[in-house]
Ligand binder design. Structure first.
Ligand code: UDX
Length: 441
């Protein structure tokens, strides 16, 4: 099939590349000339595991091409994916100006039947608005469908190629059939293509992400409570998660959820509620609890150093909002860094992928190291913000030798408490017993 993807951000790029992998001819459109030029030369503009291999293969096969011309894009594809940014407005709702701007253009430029697909996460009712915007100028037939993505950063290629489900919001049989044909190769395992109306499809995305964010947030509150009463959240988590109605996944407490999706989507759904006089009380709490959770390690750090952090030196392991990505949007590490800088702390950080992005934000304010151990020289404490695999089994003797202090503040519960006790390090994590080294006692 001939497919056009408008917008080569994270979602557009993964969608376009993966659709070309099943033999479709995919043309990606972006207004950024520089980016398009680089992509034409085979350069992947984002870090996402496995994307580079697929990218190269399909470019070489001539199935994946790029242009800055929307007209060319609209002449090419029968299905036009809109994967445009929907940034947060000042009030937290989704800004639709990019989506509707392109929809206006589409009306003017299409010459024959197209299925226009909303792939961006958009508020309920957007498909209707896109339909209206195209209709204003269109002289031929077209359909608008909603097809939300459920891609996780770091696993996006796998999630696209082997989705648990495909959700399609469509009220046109013709469009539905084309979408089913397109996705058939991805659901050979029997996973469903779920067809529904456009509004329900749009809401499915927000509801799924908000539910997961609430699940994590609930566990974070249980973890905070565990600390007060001396229970161990890891044990509670396993005890709860084995109930199949609850499930084991997304029960890991930590220093809050971040990234480009959960924070934005929860706020957008909350605000969409307000627009129709519905107060999502759960989401209001989720937003507030998560904000506090991002800096949940700080009171522990301050108490440990008797409220005097001025001129202390700390190492930070992990800056990305989660492992396997260089994305630092809404990353808890940034909230912690901001607070520590206010207190006069010297910071040396390491992250396998995200350091360049953080450098741009904190030019000269913090130091960066080439390896996790290099951050530790003469520091008073180590703070862990992201659960990269490389941090999971460190050489504790080396840590002790390099550090001046002997305390770890772990926002991701990476280490076994019994192991840490043997190492004679002080260790503070989330929702578990605090361990104090003999030196401290
Ligand atoms: C999420 C959804 O999973 C995906 O379906 C959607 O399309 C986009 O948003 P992503 O933001 O890439 O994907 O990351 P995900 O792996 O879901 O993690 C989100 C956040 O929750 C991260 O900050 C992560 O650290 C946190 N998290 C996740 C926890 O704190 N505990 C958990 O148990 C799971």
């Amino acid at each position: 099939m001939k497919i056009t993807v408008v917008g080569t951000g994270y979602v557009g790029l993964v969608t376009g590349t993966c659709l070309s992998e099943t033999g479709n001819e995919v043309l990606c459109v972006d207004i950024d000339m520089d980016k398009v030029k680089k992509m034409q030369q085979g350069e992947v503009p984002i870090y996402e595991p496995h994307l580079d291999v697929l990218f190269e293969r399909n470019i070489n096969a001539g199935r994946l091409t790029f242009t800055t011309s929307l007209q060319e894009g609209l002449d090419h594809g029968e299905i036009i994916f809109l994967a445009l940014p929907t940034p947060e407005d000042e009030d937290g709702s989704a800004d639709l100006s990019y989506v509707l701007g392109v929809a206006n253009q589409i009306g003017k430029l299409i010459k024959d039947y197209k299925v226009v697909v909303d792939k961006s996460t958009v508020p309920v009712g957007t498909a209707e608005k896109v339909q209206a915007a195209i209709s204003k100028n269109a002289t031929c037939d077209f359909d608008v469908v909603s097809n939300p993505e459920f891609l996780r950063e770091g696993f996006a290629v796998d999630d696209f190629l082997k989705p648990e489900r495909i959700v399609i919001g469509s009220s046109s049989e013709r469009a539905t059939e084309l979408m089913k044909k397109l996705y058939k190769p991805f659901v050979r395992s029997g996973n469903p293509i779920i067809i529904m109306d456009e509004k329900s499809a749009e809401l499915t995305k927000y509801a799924a992400n908000s539910f997961l964010a609430a699940k994590i947030t609930f566990m974070n509150e249980i973890a905070n409570y565990c600390e007060k009463v001396g229970a161990d959240v890891d044990k509670v988590r396993i005890g709860m998660g084995t109930d199949s109605r609850i499930g084991k996944r997304f029960l890991f407490p930590g220093i809050g959820y971040g990234g480009s999706c959960f924070p934005k989507d929860v706020k957008a759904l909350y605000n969409s509620g307000k627009e129709v006089s519905y107060n999502f009380q759960i989401l209001d709490s989720v937003i507030k609890v998560n904000q506090n959770q991002k800096i949940a390690l700080l009171p522990k750090i301050k108490e440990y150093f008797n409220n005097n952090l001025n001129d202390k030196s700390f190492a930070i392991w992990g800056l990305a909002f989660k492992p396997e990505t260089d994305d630092i949007r809404e990353a808890p590490s940034l909230y912690i860094i901001n607070e520590l800088l206010k207190e006069g702390v010297n910071i040396k950080a390491f992250d396998p992928e995200a350091m360049n992005n953080v450098k741009k934000k904190y030019d000269g304010q913090i130091d960066f190291a080439n390896s996790m151990y290099e951050t530790l020289k003469e520091v008073d404490a180590l703070i862990i913000c992201t659960e990269w695999s490389i941090f999971r089994t460190p050489n504790f003797s080396k840590i002790k030798d390099l550090m001046k202090g002997d305390v770890i503040f772990d926002g991701r519960n990476l280490y076994d408490l019994e192991d840490l006790k043997k190492e004679n390090l002080s260790y503070f994590s989330i929702g578990r017993e605090a361990i104090t080294s003999e030196r401290q006692l």
